[in-house]
Design a protein around this ligand. Structure first.
Ligand code: SAH
Length: 200
């Protein structure tokens, strides 16, 4: 996976490549799709959700430039795979999953695998997780139709947010909170599951 999919497509950060080599992706999948764990594609997980394609996980992680001292927030825990990658790179990882059963499953698995710097909660990621803010990086792995203001508010100065935005046609946006304001760069066309919004 690393030699055939990630390096040829330009992933060069050695810490990211090492994390992608270390986390056993097959353990984050149901047994029927586990044989395809190292293929170049997203795969189904429970609750009609998906684990992202390895390249996209690596690309988003590389864009976030995560230091060993970083505090990171992920929205959309899903299987817990992206959180595990972040857990190897950052000091602390907080991750929010809408479906309680997915949150519970990911939490059990990450604990079993010995990741003890990752905290998971079930809830609405649109609101972020203000208790632990500010975050050096925020990775959003489900697509809203606009960038949630609470997430911008919870980003540290010089922090980076990587977020897919749009309905059927989405762009992966790199948002940087500079001391002089917000800078947004459109990086790639992508296809993520939608960020679920509760009707209020
Ligand atoms: N990062 C995941 C892939 C997640 S797919 C992995 O590595 O496996 C996107 C996830 O976002 C799904 O599990 C979905 O349930 C979750 N999600 C969707 N809307 C959400 C919301 N409002 N808050 C938190 N999680 C949400």
């Amino acid at each position: 996976m690393v030699k055939k999919q990630l390096e040829p497509r330009g992933i060069i950060d050695s810490r990211v490549l090492k994390a992608m080599l270390t986390v056993p992706r097959h353990l984050f999948l149901e047994s029927d799709v586990a044989p395809f764990a190292y293929e170049d594609c997203p795969l189904p997980i429970a609750n009609n959700q998906t684990i992202s394609q390895p390249y996209i996980v690596a690309y988003m992680t590389e864009l976030a430039t995560i230091s060993p001292k970083a505090k990171v927030l992920e929205i959309g825990t899903g299987s817990g795979y992206q959180a595990a990658i972040l857990g190897l790179l950052a000091k602390e990882v907080y991750t929010i999953e809408f479906f309680p059963e997915l949150a519970r499953k990911a939490s059990n698995l990450l604990q079993q695998l010995g990741y003890n710097n990752i905290q998971i909660k079930a809830g609405d990621g649109y609101q972020g997780w203000s208790e632990h803010a500010p975050y050096d990086a925020i990775l959003v792995t489900a697509a809203p139709d606009h960038i949630p203001q609470p997430l911008i508010d919870q980003l540290a100065i010089n922090g980076k947010m990587i977020i897919p935005v749009g309905n059927w046609s989405q762009s992966l946006i790199l948002l940087t909170k500079t001391p002089h304001g917000i800078v947004e760069n459109r990086m790639l066309p992508v296809c993520f599951v939608p960020l679920i919004r509760k009707l209020v």
